[in-house]
Design a protein around this ligand. Sequence first.
Ligand code: ZN
Length: 310
Amino acid sequence: MINTAGIHHVTSIASDPQRNVDFYTDVLGLRLVKKTVNFDDTHTYHLYYGDEVGTPGTVLTFFPFENGRQGRVGRGQTSATAFVVPEGSIEYWTDRLESHDLEVDAPRVRFDETVVPFRDHDGQPLELVAGTTDVDPWDDGPVPAENAIRGFHGVTLESLDPDQTGRVLETLGYEPVERDGERTRYRASGDRAAVVDVRERADTPQGRQGVGTVHHVAFRVPDEETQLEWRERLTDSGLRVTPQKDRQYFKSIYFREPGGVLFEIATDGPGFARDESEAELGTDLKLPPWLESDRERLEERLPEVGSPGR
Ligand code: ZN
């Protein structure tokens, strides 16, 4: 049986890396828990933001391309990434986001929850959902702990084939729980990041990957052994799954689901404290052992990125 607890991380595409750091740390109050490079494209940063230690289910990551082409959010893509904020903090957040000149929509109710859709400076669609999770707020960030983000709520997938996407989600252990018009809600077993909404919107144009869009969504698996078992099951169900890859902070396998979205299955461990102390997470550029000999050349080619709160 495959039974994911929910989302492990979401990876998106950004433009300027410094603006990315400034927004996700200073404005959203997440912690930069790792500064490394994209292991498959080592001239690009891979920036990880999350709770204090980067708990699975709290981690949003970015590949920033300084002069990247703007993408278009549409069908075949993840069309929104949602965070949980405490009940009663919606007004705080609306004011905070508007004071940073962001495009913020009026709060709305969806499946009995208050939702505030907004976009970051690259046009990345994000949402805040009032609710609770098992994530402790980071009390050392710029957002007071009583209002701080509590990890992910989930994602919305604008599937090219909602039925097939639903089937894959059910293979991963998600259950359809609610439906409202074009939106079907699936839920996993975990206490955070457990929601995936699949939207059916035949009139929406197909998305185009680029700045301001999501690259992939990763789901949680407890360990490597289980991951290899799941790989076999997913392959048996007809999906083309990559071999296991070492992402240093977790191990990963990938496949594209029939609705167009790239899915990843990522192990909970070893986590971000693998190569720097918890107190120093995100401070220095970290490279995996196989890129360390190339450090000087890589550092020369990467744009300068200052630490949060510099
Ligand atoms: Zn990933």
